[in-house]
Design a protein around this ligand. Sequence first.
Ligand code: BV8
Length: 244
Amino acid sequence: MNSPAPLLAALRTSRHLAVLTGAGISAESGVPTFRDALAGLWARYDPMALATRAAFQRDPKLVWEWYAWRRRLVSQVTPNPGHYALADLAQRVPRLTLVTQNVDGLHQAAGSPEVIELHGNLGRVKCFDEDRIINGWTETGEVPPRCPDCGGWLRPDVVWFGEALPRAALAAAFAAAEGCDLFFSIGTSAVVEPAASLPRMAAERGALLVEVNPETTPLSDAASWSLCGPAGLVLPALLAAAWP
Ligand code: BV8
């Protein structure tokens, strides 16, 4: 895979590199991307309809079990070379801000020192009514389990459609988009807001924009470079070319 010389130079001289990842970077680990997160058991549901408060209130057992299925799946997979390349990259540039839309924790598992999780994490559970993290509860066989404090339903600590993103995470992500000189959008369909605005904001402020995706997306036209291929191949090759 030929890495454009100007991109290699931009990587080597970057003062602040920002990265936004989406489900595509976890695809090679065996985690279905969001749009096909319904492979198999869930083929008959629309994820956009399941990942909402209304869906949970309508059928808390179904939504809890969808996330329990995804949590079990993620617990059985490992980071892939794309995740490891980003962890390596953090050691090679003066400043790297890694922002992810993913809820699988694979960047942390690959050793990325700081990960900004815009949409929460499958591994955390919170009380639906109190909106606070619950670390332990009594399993009674009831699904979803109940909050030990208020008896309300427990839910995954992820951001559903129509819910606000965690304020601090979003502020840090916007600050990185405004301050970076190089922005990578990796493995995302660049549709869901406000995450999808980050790469555009960076480009509008003069950062060079790189997209890593085997397919084109609504962002592709705004990218200085579109590296068409799987992140697990493209990212290691890029680092090897920039720092032989
Ligand atoms: C908000 C966590 C406001 C849960 C997710 C109407 C009503 C309400 C809201 C809206 C509305 N219209 C628009 C909105 C805004 C809405 C939105 O953007 N909707 C979209 C559909 C237009 N956004 C929201 O609702 C957000 N909240 O706006 O709140 C507010 C403000 C204040 C107070 C109250 C409310 C919340 C959005 C977050 C939703 N949660 N995830 C869960 O995981 O179950 S979103 C989920 O889908 C992901 O986290 C991700 O963000 C998103 C998109 O997925 P991607 O990561 O891009 O994955 P996808 O499958 O789409 O694409 C994969 C890509 O990888 C592809 O391009 C593929 O080609 C590529 N690929 C494949 N293999 C590889 C690869 N790339 C590289 N290598 C490979 N090997």
